[in-house]
Structures are given as C-alpha cells and as structure tokens.
Design a protein around this ligand. Structure first.
Ligand code: SF4
Length: 505
C-alpha cells in the first residue's frame, strides 16, 4: 500500500503580492508532491496539514502579535505530532529572521521574500536534520513568476511585471523588505499572459509595487504603456487591469495606451495618500496635488467612463487641520468612485515612525470620520450616476454573500464596480467566468444593483472560455475556495483597519 501524499495549507496575510506569492508557494509544494489539505475529503483529512505555511505581512498593525498568536495555536499540534512542519515566509520573516525561531522554537522553516523557491528544499532539510532552517536572502534569487504556480481562479489571473520598489515613502516598510525594483522582460510577461489565456483566463491583472516605473531596470521609460498595448494584441484576453501605479511616474503615454487599447479596462487605482503638498513632501512622495489632479483630468478626458479609486492616509505625523482640509479638497475634486482610507499608525522600521509630532489618536479618528463621510457621499453620487446604464459583468465566485437569498449573481463591471444582477425566473444562469449584460437599476453606496431584467430590460449571458475553465475546475477534487481578483473594491472599500497602506498592500 502506498502512503498517502503529505498535505499542505498555505495561510496568507496581507496584500495582492502575498496572495500571488501564495499561489506560487502552493504550486511549488504541489510540484514537490504535496497535496492541498482542502482537496482531501473532509472525513479523511487530519485537523492540520502536514505542512502549514504562513505567508506573512509586516505592513498591518499588530502583524507580529497576529503571527505569534497563530504560531502559538499550532504549538500543541506540533507537540502531538512532531512530524508536522511549520514554515513562515513573507515580509515578517524577511524582517524578523532568526527572532521567529527564538520566539517560536517549534517553527521548522523561515524563508524570506526573495527565496520562496527554496521552500520545498528547506522543508526537506529541516526534516532530515531535525533542526530549524532559516534562510533569508537580501536580493531576488529567481523572478517569482518563473516558479510553478497553482492559480486560485480559473478565469482571472495575476501576472507579476516587477517586484520591489525604488521609492522611499517614509511610511512604508516595503522597500526595506522587498528590495529594489526588478523588472521582468516584456517577452516573458506576454508569454505568461498568453499561457493563462490558453487555459481559459479572460482577465489579467499586471502586478507590481509601482507598475508604471516598469522598464526602469532595462532603460525604457515607455515600457509600461507598450506592455499595455501588447496585451491588447493577445487574442482571447478580454480584460487587462493593473495595480498599483505611482502618480510621480504616471506619464501621458500610459493614458493614451489605456484609451486606445480596448481590452485595458476603464478603471484606475492611483494612491493619493495626502492632498497636502507639505505632507506629501514629508512622506517623500515626489508628486504634488496639482500633478495628481492633472493626471485625473487627463484620464477623464481620454477615458470618460473611467472609475478612479485611491488610497489615503489620515493623520500622518505633522498633519495639521489645514493639511487635512487639502486632502478633503483633492477628494472633492477627484470624485473617486471609492477610496481605501487608513489611519496612520506607527510602523517600526519606517522613517515616519520616529518623526516628531505624531498626531493624537482622537484627532486622527475625527479627521478620518470626516473623510469617510465625504467619500461615502461621493461614492454614492457616482454610483447613482450609473443608473440606467447597461453593464457587462464578469461573473465571479465569492462576490455576493446574499446571492442565494436574493437570486442574484455577482461580479465586476468593466470599470471594476461590484454589481449584483437579478436572474429572471427561467432565464439562463451564467457560470462564474461567463459574462452577463444587464441594466443598472440602483446605485448603492458600495455596489450596483442591475435588476433591469425583472421589468423587461436587458439580460444576456455570454458563455466564455473562462466559464468553461471554471466548469473544468469543478470536475477536479475540491481545491481551495477561489479568491476574488483582489483588486481594490470599487464601491465596497475594505473594512477599515488602522494600518498604513503600501502600494499593493
Ligand atoms: S508606498 Fe509604494 S511607492 Fe512608496 S515605497 Fe511603498 S511600495 Fe514603494
């Protein structure tokens, strides 16, 4: 009788980068012969996997408490089953290194953000030597996208175009943990996009800490716009998105490429962080509010339907009431569809952590509430302006919690707004990955309702290769639940957390 294969469980914290890195960790483990714990029928699986991997985040507040809390919960399992292996990777591992095995000696492997490809070998070595393995590299060993990947969605995929960041925003830990920007060659990116499309993927998100400085490493300032245009030539690729661009590096050729490439979607997530030029300077963000507003104006001029979203930090050290009023002014003028709003809190290891004039919590809270109230009002007005439009929705799993009860299906419109669509009785039901067109009947503050079909309006379903791919995936043993694309949620901001954002966080 052959032994059952060892199981793995990858637990992810943090940003899109980590979600995508976790897809690679799963791919690496599967290539090494492990199977996903979630794919083992419930009655046949143990209470933990044979290998538990934490892909950690150092950006969020209390990230270390959360990690050590999670590790503490696994300790009794490890005592009962010494063969259980626990690995910690991601930004906390890069930051804390040996401290992790000092504080949690039952951890077997610690690996950094630059060497995720070493995980299977480190697990083997730890098992063989019966000794914890800590391996952290200072720079990238292999561009992560060349590693095997187990993708979580059949119809949407991520493609990394760069990793790391050459900026030095004073609130951000990312440059210290992810290193200098490394750009992947365009040919390699396009080959991956084509391979995804051949598997049924309709929607690709180009991912980088700072996508529009892409090309800096090989000396082509226009490389990102060219890449968008090249994606336009990939047959079968229906939706191209990207995250996150930096306003300082946002050039007009990118706006032109967005406007002229039909499969590049009319949505833009561009972090503002603050509307005050003085605060932007202290944040070491090298654009000013006038430049930011100028980009928005040109995007709206060339792409009138574009939905623009942003990230904003409230209460950065030294922020005065006048500075905050500047943020409100820029928010009013920008008319974002939605914004991720963050209360500044100290991130150890960042320059801002030791700045004088940290703002008292009560002041930050009060400003934050004013900002959220203003943005909610704008989001609602912008969504009400969508009423009567016909939208094309890429149906997705996990986007509509009440869909069963309301007989709707949910997904994202071209501009990335969340839409819940009523399915009329007896009508064809789309599969996740299919497209449905429907009329918007109500713009709620954080989503759209498209119930037009119930009163004789548009309702048409287009079966796609994405839907076919989803259906094929259902025939396989149950895997992990699909993740949503992870794009900024227009109209449905993430639950507010007192964390400073980083690009892509
Ligand atoms: S906030 Fe974004 S651009 Fe600034 S340092 Fe962090 S990753 Fe780079």
């Amino acid at each position: 009788m052959t032994a059952a294969p060892k199981t793995y469980d990858v637990r992810t914290h943090g940003c899109q980068m980590n979600v995508h890195d976790s897809e690679r960790l799963a791919g690496l483990l599967e290539t090494a012969g492990y199977v996903d714990l979630a794919s083992v029928p419930e009655g046949e699986r143990g209470d933990t996997a044979d290998v538990v991997v934490f892909n950690t985040c150092a950006v969020r507040e209390n990230a270390d408490n959360k990690l050590y809390g999670n590790l503490g919960q696994l300790r009794p399992h490890k005592q009962r089953n010494p063969d259980l292996q626990i690995a910690v990777g991601g930004c906390m591992a890069q930051k804390d290194r040996d401290t992790i095995v000092q504080r949690a000696p039952w951890v077997d492997v610690v690996f950094g953000t630059h060497n995720i490809g070493s995980l299977p070998a480190l697990l083997d070595r730890a098992r063989h030597n019966r000794e914890a393995q800590v391996e952290i590299l200072e720079s990238l060993e292999t561009f992560p996208s060349t590693l095997p990947t187990r993708r979580d969605s059949a119809y949407s995929g991520w493609t990394s175009i760069s990793v790391g960041c050459n900026n030095t925003c004073t609130f951000c830990i990312v440059p210290a943990l992810r290193g200098k920007e490394k750009d992947r060659r365009p040919g390699e990116i396009l080959a991956e996009v084509e391979a995804l499309v051949a598997q049924g993927v309709l929607e690709v998100t180009l991912l980088g800490q700072n996508v529009n400085s892409y090309g800096v490493e090989f000396g082509d300032r226009l490389a990102f716009g060219k890449l968008l245009r090249a994606c336009g030539d990939v047959k079968g690729l229906e939706r191209v998105r990207f995250t996150s661009p930096h306003p300082a590096a946002f050039t007009d050729d990118v706006i032109e490429a967005m406007a002229q490439t039909p499969n590049v979607m009319p949505s833009l997530h561009m972090p503002l962080q603050s509307g005050s030029d003085r605060v932007l300077k202290d944040m070491r963000r090298s654009y000013r509010s006038a430049k930011f507003l100028g980009i928005i104006e040109r995007v709206r001029d060339r792409i009138p339907d574009a939905a623009i979203t942003t990230d904003i930090i409230v209460g950065f050290p030294g922020e005065t009431e006048a500075d905050f009023e500047e943020t409100l002014r820029v928010v009013r003028e920008s008319r974002f569809s939605s914004a991720f709003t963050f209360q500044y809190s100290i991130r150890p290891g960042t320059p801002a952590a030791t700045m004088a004039d940290q703002i008292p919590k009560a002041v930050v809270q009060e400003r934050f509430e004013r900002l959220v109230a203003l943005q909610d009002e704008i989001s609602w007005q912008e969504n009400r302006a969508q009423e009567g439009r016909t939208v094309e929705v890429l149906v997705a799993t996990g986007e509509g919690r009440k869909d069963g009860a309301t007989d709707r299906i949910s997904g994202r419109a071209r501009d990335n707004r969340l839409v819940h669509v009523a399915v009329p009785e007896g009508a064809q039901r789309p599969r996740p990955g299919d497209m449905v067109s429907a009329d918007v009947t109500y713009g709620a503050p954080h989503h759209l309702l498209a119930d037009g079909a119930l009163s004789g309006g548009t309702y048409s379903v287009r079966r796609t290769a994405g839907g076919d791919a989803w259906e094929r995936a259902q025939a396989q043993p149950a895997g992990k639940p699909s993740v949503s694309l992870g794009m900024p949620r227009i109209g449905a901001p993430a639950p507010v957390t007192p964390a400073a954002p980083a690009c892509g966080a």
